[in-house]
Write a protein that binds this ligand. Structure first.
Ligand code: PLP
Length: 394
């Protein structure tokens, strides 16, 4: 037996474990101090009541002989696929229900989709970004190129015709920078991908946070994307499903190479290796698209938006440079007075008892930058803002 040697090439996520370690060491040494956690990428508001009732009703169905359900369709129940199709239709995007695959979250599908692509492909990944794209490709042994997201390009790298890539990752609004592409900018990426014969893997986990004029919520708002893009969405950050687990992936029929359909390959992959998302969870997810569910989701999002606003207002007052916060739950700031994200992390922890995430954990271009999240409670966010203001207006 031999192990997959590629796993040796993975960088230990030492940064995130070091961060957790430092926080627990600090709390143990200073039990009297109230440490505010503004670093985690998890939500804090509970599931919307409409989702909870739908799931309770589904639990009752599962416990009754007449309505009990066993194995469901691997790609998801029609009622949820139809609700999602309607959600796209309302935004002017027409999809077929069988282009939508229900998943147990965007992270699984972002990793699993690589099953259907050759290891000989070269991938292009933004830096900094959600670390899953790099790690899943390292595990498979693919060649990786990076698209530099920097202060100069507003953390929105644009395609370079000199770079040859087969699989292109785009995360918009981006985790961690909060930067969001406009439809016009995405159109350039789609044009580039079509010229190269590449596929775009578009992570839209934060699409519901987008409100800015001209900004994209889906790659399918561009022309020709159905021939070159797959979109990954999640109920996690928008409807509080981080622990409940549900997402969906859109694989258009028009995405083909010769006589091979990407949709068919993905269906074959899923029916072989996946047995679907629990009926109860899918009922909960469908409730997100009811009038009541939509309203409750919007209420939760507005809490996070207000928090983001508190953070960006604070940065404005202090004259600290940042991106995000407006169309994203993340505020990405340039560490004031520090070139090293980790040193800034230590300083903020020790002097303000505020925990954030060092930007260097998301790629080399994250060095010197820092991520704060809007997912905390309003009280904690206000307190964090108060402490940061006090610390930096000295
Ligand atoms: C949180 C996050 C995900 C994971 O979503 P799940 O549906 O919970 O697996 C995917 N992409 C990005 C960019 C994220 O930040």
């Amino acid at each position: 037996m031999k192990f997959n040697e590629n796993y040796r090439k993975l960088k230990e996520s030492y940064l995130f474990s070091a961060v957790a370690h430092k926080v627990s060491a600090y709390t143990a040494a200073h039990p009297d101090k109230k440490v505010l956690k503004m670093g985690i990428g998890d939500v804090t508001l509970p599931l919307p009541p409409a989702v909870v009732s739908a799931m309770q009703a589904a639990v009752a169905e599962m416990g009754t002989k007449e309505t009990f359900r066993g194995y469901g369709p691997e790609q998801g129940y029609d009622f949820l696929r139809e609700s999602i199709r309607g959600y796209y239709t309302r935004r002017g995007i027409s999809l077929a229900a069988d282009e939508i695959f229900i998943s147990d979250g965007a992270k699984s599908d972002l990793g699993n989709i690589l099953d259907i692509f050759s290891v000989d492909n070269t991938v292009l990944i933004p830096d900094p970004v959600y670390p899953v794209y790099v790690d899943t490709n390292v595990m498979a042994g693919r060649r990786i190129l990076f698209a530099d997201a920097t202060e100069e390009n507003g953390f929105l790298p644009m395609p370079d015709d000199g770079v040859k890539a087969d699989i292109i990752y785009i995360c918009s609004p981006n985790n961690p920078t909060g930067a969001a592409y406009s439809v016009a900018q995405l159109q350039e990426w789609v044009n580039y991908a079509r010229k190269q014969g590449a596929v775009i893997l578009y992570d839209a986990a934060y699409e519901r946070f987008v409100s800015g004029q001209g900004l994209a919520r889906s790659i399918f708002e561009t022309e020709g994307a159905e021939e070159c893009a797959i979109e990954f969405c999640s109920f996690s950050k928008t409807a509080g499903f981080t622990g409940t687990r549900c997402g969906y992936t859109v694989v258009p029929h028009a995405l083909r190479r010769g006589d091979v359909s990407c949709n068919k390959l993905w269906l074959r992959r899923q029916t072989t290796k996946f047995n679907g998302v629990p009926y109860i969870v899918q009922r909960g997810a469908a409730a997100v698209f009811t009038a009541e569910g939509e309203r409750q989701v919007e209420e939760n999002l507005s809490v996070y938006r207000r928090n983001a606003r508190r953070l960006t207002d604070c940065m404005d007052v202090l004259g600290i440079r940042y991106t995000g916060g407006k169309n994203s739950p993340y505020v990405w700031l340039k560490c004031p007075g520090f070139a090293d994200s980790r040193k800034f992390f230590d300083y903020l922890l020790e002097e303000a008892n505020v925990v954030g995430t060092p930007g260097s954990g998301f790629g080399k271009n994250g060095q010197g930058w820092f991520r704060l999240t809007a997912f905390s409670s309003e009280e904690a966010t206000e307190e964090a803002v108060f402490r940061i203001k006090k610390l930096f207006s000295k």
